[in-house]
Design a protein around this ligand. Structure first.
Ligand code: TNX
Length: 520
C-alpha cells in the first residue's frame, strides 16, 4: 500500500513539474491537449475556406500573417488544402470553435459560426506570434483545442468625452480587443466635458460641444464625423466586435447644453448646466432625433443612455415650475422619480427604433422592460444595487469600480490616476475577480451577461497614459470573461502574459510592466 502511495505521489508531482503546459493563448482555451509536436507553416502553405461566408476571415488571417510574421501565404478556393490551413463551417457544434493542429494534416479551424472561425484564427495567430520563425518556417505546436466563451459579454468601455483619442487609437484598441476575444466596445461619446459625435440635425453639438472644457478658446472641436463612425463600426465588425454608443442623459449633459441651452435643465453649484430639461416636451423630441441618427450609424441596435449620477446636478429641477407641474401631473414624488420618468420616456423612443437600451445601475428600479434592457452594475460599494437588478430580473453586465475601472491605477506608487482611499486595481486583483466573489444565487446567474472594464479619462490626457492604464489589464479582463473560473490560475496566466509584453513593445504600446521589480 505504502509503495502504491509513493508511486501515486511521484506521479502527481511529475504532473506538476513536467505536466502538460498551457498553449500560449490568452484567454486560456476551455479545453486543450497535445502540443508536443510541431506543424510548420511555410511560405507555401495555403489557406482554404469551405464557404464564401468565410472569405473575410480567410483574408484577415492572410493579412495578419503577412503583417505580423512577414509570411505572404496565399488563399486557395478550389479544394481543401492538404497540409494547409483549412477554415470550415460545420453544422453540429455550438458557440465555440475547434482548432486542430496536426503534424501531417495541417491546421483545421471549425465552427458553426463565422465568429467562431474568427476566434479560432485569433488563437492560431497568438500561437504564430510566439512561434519560432528562424528557419523561414513558423513552427506551430500541435494543440487540439476545443474552446468557447464562458460569457457572451466581454466588454471594454472608453470615455472619449473627457479626452479625445481619434480614429487610429480607437482602431488600435479594437485590434487588441479582438486579439483578446473581447466583443463589446462601449463607446462613451458624450459627457459634461465634450460631445464627440456629429449629429446632422444639430450640428452645434459637435462644433460647440466638441470643444470640450479645454481652457484654450481657440482649440478646435474634436469629434467623430458620421463617416468616421461608420468606418470604425466596419472595422469593429470585421473583428466581430459590436459597438454600443453611449449618449449620456439626463445628467452629464453640460457639453450638449453649451450648444443648445434651450434644452438645459440646469445644474448645481459644482456642476452647472449638468442636466437636460425633464419637463419640456421639446427635450424628448430633440433627444429622440439625436438617437435616430445614432441608431442609423450603429447596426447593433443597442444604445446606452447613461442615467448615472443625475443627482450631482439636478438641484435646479426642484425650483423649476415646469418640473413641479410635471411632478404633480405624473405623480412623481421626488427627483429620483423624475429621473426614472425621463429614462422611461427616452427608452420608449429607443424601443420604437427597435433598440435595446443600456444604462448604469442607477436605473435598477426605473421599471424598464427586462426583455429589452441591459444594466451595468458599476458601484462596487453598493452591492444592494446589484441585488436590485437581479431581484428585478434585469440582464446585467458586471463592471464594478473595484476591480474593473481602469482609471484606477495598477500600482500604489503611481502619483496620477485614481486610488480612492488606497483602493486601486493591480493586475492580480483584476485577474482574480469572478462571479463567486459576488455570492450570486444560482437561480440568478443566468442574468449575468458578462464582464466589462471601463476606462474613464478625466486623468487620461494622452495615448501613453491610456496604454499605461489599459495594458496589460486588458488581458486579465479577457480571461475573467472567457475562461471558466475553475481553470484560472494567476501564475500560469503570468507566464503566458510575459510573452505578450514583447508584443506590446513591438506595437509601440506604453504598457505597465507588472514583472519589473522596480514596479513593486
Ligand atoms: C463615475 S461610472 C462615473 C464617471 C466617472 C467615473 C470615474 C459612471 C457611470 N459615472 O462619470 O468618470 O466615475 O471613475
Amino acid at each position: 500500500m505504502k509503495i502504491y502511495c509513493l508511486f501515486f505521489f511521484a506521479y502527481l508531482s511529475s504532473l506538476v513539474s513536467f505536466g502538460q503546459s498551457s498553449p500560449e493563448i490568452i484567454p486560456l482555451p476551455t479545453t486543450f491537449e497535445g502540443g508536443e509536436e510541431y506543424f510548420s507553416i511555410t511560405p507555401k502553405t495555403k489557406i482554404h475556406y469551405s464557404n464564401d461566408l468565410l472569405k473575410e476571415e480567410a483574408y484577415f488571417l492572410q493579412k495578419e500573417l503577412l503583417e505580423r510574421k512577414s509570411f505572404p501565404i496565399s488563399i486557395q478556393t478550389s479544394e481543401a488544402t492538404k497540409s494547409g490551413i483549412n477554415l470550415a463551417l460545420t453544422e453540429t457544434q455550438d458557440g465555440g470553435y475547434q482548432l486542430f493542429i496536426d503534424q501531417t494534416t495541417g491546421i483545421t479551424i471549425t465552427s458553426a459560426t463565422e465568429t467562431g472561425i474568427f476566434q479560432g484564427i485569433i488563437s492560431l495567430l497568438q500561437l504564430a506570434d510566439q512561434a519560432d520563425a528562424s528557419h523561414g518556417q513558423l513552427a506551430i505546436p500541435t494543440w487540439k483545442i476545443n474552446d468557447s466563451p464562458a460569457y457572451a459579454w466581454r466588454g471594454f468601455m472608453l470615455d472619449e468625452s473627457r479626452h479625445f483619442f481619434g480614429v487610429e487609437k480607437v482602431k488600435s484598441l479594437l485590434d487588441w480587443m479582438a486579439y483578446y476575444k473581447l466583443n463589446k466596445f462601449h463607446w462613451h461619446l458624450t459627457d459634461a466635458q465634450g460631445w464627440r459625435i456629429a449629429i446632422k440635425k444639430y450640428p452645434k453639438l459637435a462644433l460647440v460641444g466638441g470643444i470640450g472644457d479645454n481652457s484654450d478658446p481657440y482649440a478646435p472641436a474634436q469629434y467623430y464625423s458620421q463617416s468616421q463612425i461608420q468606418e470604425i463600426v466596419r472595422y469593429a465588425a470585421e473583428r466581430k466586435i459590436d459597438i454600443i454608443p453611449e449618449i449620456d442623459m439626463p445628467g452629464h449633459a453640460t457639453a450638449a447644453n453649451k450648444a443648445y441651452p434651450e434644452f438645459s435643465g440646469g445644474g448645481s453649484e459644482k456642476y452647472p448646466e449638468f442636466t437636460f430639461h425633464p419637463a419640456k416636451e421639446g427635450t424628448y423630441q430633440y433627444l429622440t432625433d439625436i438617437l435616430r441618427e445614432v441608431d442609423a450609424l450603429f447596426p447593433g441596435h443597442m444604445i446606452h443612455l447613461g442615467g448615472d449620477e443625475v443627482s450631482f446636478g439636478n438641484q435646479q429641477w426642484k425650483n423649476d415650475p415646469e418640473v413641479q407641474q410635471l411632478m404633480a401631473s405624473q405623480q412623481l414624488e421626488d427627483l429620483k422619480d423624475v429621473e426614472d420618468y425621463f429614462m422611461k420616456r427616452m427608452a420608449d423612443s429607443l424601443f420604437s427604433l427597435n433598440n435595446t437600451i443600456l444604462a448604469w445601475d442607477e436605473m435598477a428600479e426605473a421599471g424598464l422592460p427586462t426583455s429589452q434592457s441591459i444594466l451595468l452594475w458599476w458601484r462596487h460599494d453598493q452591492p444592494q444595487q446589484l441585488q436590485k437588478l437581479l431581484d428585478n430580473d434585469i440582464p446585467t453586465v458586471i463592471c464594478p469600480r473595484i476591480p474593473l475601472y481602469f482609471d484606477f491605477v495598477q500600482q500604489e506608487n503611481d502619483r496620477f490616476g485614481r486610488k480612492w482611499g488606497g483602493n486601486f486595481n493591480p493586475l492580480q486583483r483584476v485577474y482574480d475577480f469572478s462571479l463567486t466573489k459576488l455570492n450570486i444565487p444560482a437561480s440568478k446567474t443566468s442574468l449575468i451577461l458578462g464582464f466589462q472594464a471601463n476606462l474613464w479619462t478625466e486623468t487620461v490626457t494622452n495615448e501613453d497614459r491610456l496604454d499605461y492604464l489599459t495594458f496589460p489589464r486588458l488581458a486579465a479582463l479577457a480571461e475573467i470573461a472567457w475562461t471558466p473560473e475553475e481553470q484560472k490560475d494567476f501564475e500560469d496566466f503570468s507566464t503566458r502574459l510575459k510573452n505578450h509584453l514583447a508584443l506590446y513593445q513591438k506595437a509601440g504600446i506604453y504598457f505597465y510592466d507588472p514583472f519589473d521589480p522596480k514596479n513593486h
